[in-house]
Design a protein around this ligand. Structure first.
Ligand code: NAD
Length: 317
């Protein structure tokens, strides 16, 4: 099986590349990445063909997709705050980028296309848990680009018979997630602050909740979807319906590091939703053999990885 991973030098992408190299039956892996947020070092020592460039480059995609059986499209500017600062850049990378990927897939003979959407598409819809059939209500340009991604996948499935599968990722965390840039996610940022003895900043009162999924679990689902060629043009939530408050997350990091964390409270951020929890029924029925790693273990592994000072990624540190 020949698989292309766009955004494969990023956090989720490089974990997936590593997971797939351990799978029998995968004969060749290709990565397309412009290294805007990713890092080639994440793929060090792995047997992959690297195509450096943008997913908006049709000629590059034509070369990378030649003979491919499947494409996992993860390349995107994955940040709500960044999309608020520069909506057009997010649109180009995420929406136009997805359209280019689908065009290249169509011209390459129709490989299986799995793509990353996001729970942010639920946005202002207050209903919990988030079932895939709820009305989408994007609150940021980023969320619009992800809803557009899903709509394009569905359109290419119905118009060109392309075998597709869009996933709505919730909050993914784990080894390989960067803490050192302006748009870093909460878990790596807080682990890094704790290990450095700095306080953590909480926007709001900390009782807001998120449905965190360990990156190894996400890779298990994606691998199963690839190997069994699961096709469905309707989006599938990729989270298991467990809600963790930010205050509880701090307690987990305290317990994994053995350190007390000072909290600094700030005003809530524009575009942040208060609660997020997936309805996981569709995911569990499509992928009955995948079980999620409990948050305690995932946080412990993430702390261990952060302490190892970026040794090669590992499912279990
Ligand atoms: P990441 O930033 O670590 O990875 C994204 C990768 O895409 C990077 O390697 C980056 O260099 C590459 N990239 C960005 N724009 C590109 C372009 N125009 N052309 C080629 N490569 C490009 O982010 P991640 O957390 O690994 O996210 C992967 C996917 O999952 C994204 O589509 C993101 O929107 C989605 N997602 C992630 C989360 C999460 O919690 N991490 C949640 C919801 C959705």
């Amino acid at each position: 099986m020949k698989i292309v991973i766009t955004g494969g030098a990023g956090f989720i992408g490089s974990n997936l590349v590593r997971a797939l190299t351990e799978q029998p039956g995968i004969s060749r892996l290709r990565v397309v990445d412009n290294l805007s947020t990713g890092d080639k070092a994440n793929l060090a020592g792995l047997d992959v063909e690297f195509f450096e460039g943008d997913v908006q480059d049709a000629a590059l995609l034509d070369r990378a997709f030649r003979g491919a059986d499947a494409v996992v499209h993860l390349a995107a500017l994955p940040s709500v705050p960044r999309s608020l600062r520069d909506p057009l850049a997010s649109h180009h990378a995420n929406a136009t980028g997805t359209l280019q990927v689908l065009e290249a897939a169509r011209h390459a003979g129709g490989p299986h296309v799995i793509a990353a959407s996001s729970s942010s598409v639920y946005g202002a819809n207050p209903h919990l848990p988030k079932h895939e059939d709820l009305t989408a209500a994007p609150m940021s340009p980023y969320a619009v680009t992800k809803l557009t991604t899903e709509a394009y996948l569905s359109a290419y499935h119905h118009s060109f018979d392309l075998p597709v599968l869009p996933f709505r990722f919730f909050n993914v965390y784990g080894p390989g997630q960067r803490a050192d840039h302006a748009y870093a996610a909460v878990i790596p940022k807080w682990i890094s602050a704790t290990l450095a003895g700095r306080p953590v900043t909480i926007h709001g009162d900390g009782t807001q909740t998120r449905d965190f999924t360990y990156v190894g679990t996400v890779c298990d689902v994606l691998t199963d979807a690839l190997l069994r060629r699961v096709v469905d043009p309707r989006p599938v939530n990729l989270a298991f319906g467990t809600r963790t408050s930010l205050l509880n997350l701090i307690r987990e990091i305290e317990s994994a590091t053995g350190r007390f964390i000072d909290r600094e409270y700030r005003a809530p951020r524009t575009g942040d939703v208060r609660h997020s929890q997936a309805d996981s029924a569709r995911l569990r029925s499509l992928f009955p053999t995948v079980t999620p790693l409990p948050i305690q273990e995932g946080i412990a592994t993430s702390v261990c990885w952060a302490q190892c000072d970026r040794l090669p990624l590992a499912r279990h540190c």
